[in-house]
Write a protein that binds this ligand. Structure first.
Ligand SMILES: [Mn+2]
Length: 383
């Protein structure tokens, strides 16, 4: 039995929070469609016996009629291959949901209730269980309510929710459950959605459980390649293969500029990052370390020189200026007096921790005089 599992595509998502332009957001939304198209094309070619979509297929408050027409056409193209959708917290099954109001192709089955229900396929002995979020949060939590299943058919399930031992920091718990309560005797595979990173949920039970993760990242908290899952079930159980699906990857980089002599070195470091990426890259690059004061006006030029080599570049200048403290201390101003006093204090400090603290205090004082912002570097927390 061959099954394709994906989730959390978030069609029509908004990308403004990453600082992207409307044009860049349009490209990202098209990319999400293209990723889904490629997964469904694979389902037709393999061919899969079923496609399981574990929620958050689209964002209900943003989804367009055009995207719904795209989905109908994509699903219809699968012909007799059934598609099972378990609505999640971003695409809940409500009376005004497109799941309830739109005409869907015959091969599409959408779970409509927060209680478990089952669909038996006629041509093959496969039964698919699932439930739906019925609002932005589910009205009653059905985890734990699925009873033991018979052995004469292959049973799989598709659902959206938060396995509590895998809950990433800062992520809200929706329909929370413990893996051992979701594992059911006779359930060969549980296709999970909600977490956007690929994750097997392991334990001492027969049910194989996976979060497929989103098939493409949506922001800098979802870096690296993303996947969908190809699941093969036979008498020995379920085998799961993660297939890379993302057309762009988010990446976080830090470049220490302390040894650089001019912004030419920054440009070259950024070009190297762009060259060493497989495919299109959405990069956030933090420039760190010490840099000459003359750089301050040049960062926009650096950005313009390299931005076209990235799908999107967020260039963050967190460098600190190299200062001539002796020259500053000679200034006949309160700034000069402050720097002179700090330099005097620093002259005979053998303890490196105390030294780092005083140097940081000197930089903070200078930044305050100049009304500049300084990045937090952690020296303060160590004392
Ligand atoms: Mn979700």
């Amino acid at each position: 039995m061959r099954i394709i599992h994906t989730s959390d595509i978030h069609l029509d998502a908004c990308f403004a929070a990453s600082g992207m332009s409307a044009a860049c957001g349009n490209r990202r939304r098209q990319s999400l469609r293209d990723v889904l198209h490629a997964i469904l094309a694979r389902a037709a070619e393999w061919p899969a016996h079923a496609v399981l979509i574990a929620g958050d297929l689209f964002e209900q408050e943003r989804v367009t009629q055009d995207t719904l027409a795209f989905l109908r056409a994509e699903f219809a193209r699968l012909g007799r291959i059934p598609v099972f959708i378990a609505p999640g917290n971003h695409d809940p099954y409500t009376p005004d949901s497109p799941y309830a109001t739109e005409p869907w192709p015959e091969n599409v089955s959408i779970f409509t209730s927060p209680k478990w229900s089952a669909c038996d396929l006629n041509e093959i002995p496969l039964t698919v269980h699932g439930f739906a979020f019925d609002g932005p949060d589910i009205s009653s939590n059905p985890w734990g309510a699925l009873g033991a299943l018979g052995r004469e058919r292959v049973h799989v399930a598709v659902a959206h929710g938060s396995e509590t031992s895998c809950l990433p920091p800062g992520k809200g718990a929706y329909a929370p459950f413990a893996a051992q309560d979701a594992a059911v005797p006779g359930l060969a595979y549980l296709a999970l959605g909600h977490y956007h990173a690929l994750k097997p949920v392991e334990g001492d039970f027969e049910t194989r459980m996976y979060y497929s993760g989103a098939p493409e990242g949506h922001d800098f908290s979802e870096p690296g390649p993303h996947h969908y899952l190809e699941v093969e079930i036979d008498d020995n159980g379920a085998r799961v293969e993660a297939i890379p699906s993302s057309r762009v990857t988010y990446a976080l980089h830090r470049i220490d500029c302390s040894a650089f002599s001019s912004t030419q070195d920054v440009v070259e470091a950024l070009r190297t990052l762009a060259d060493h990426s497989d495919g299109a890259q959405i990069a956030r690059v933090v420039l760190a370390g010490r840099a000459a004061r003359e750089w301050r006006g040049e960062i926009d030029a650096v950005y313009d020189a390299v931005a076209s080599q990235f799908e999107f570049l967020d260039l963050v200048d967190s460098t600190q200026c190299v200062e001539d403290y002796d020259a500053l201390a000679r200034e006949n101003t309160s700034l000069g007096a402050f720097v002179g006093r700090m330099c005097d204090e620093l002259r005979d400090v053998p303890d490196p921790a105390r030294r780092a603290l005083l140097e940081r205090a000197r930089d903070i004082g200078l930044a305050a005089y100049r009304a500049q912002e300084l990045p937090i570097i952690g020296v303060e927390r160590d004392h």
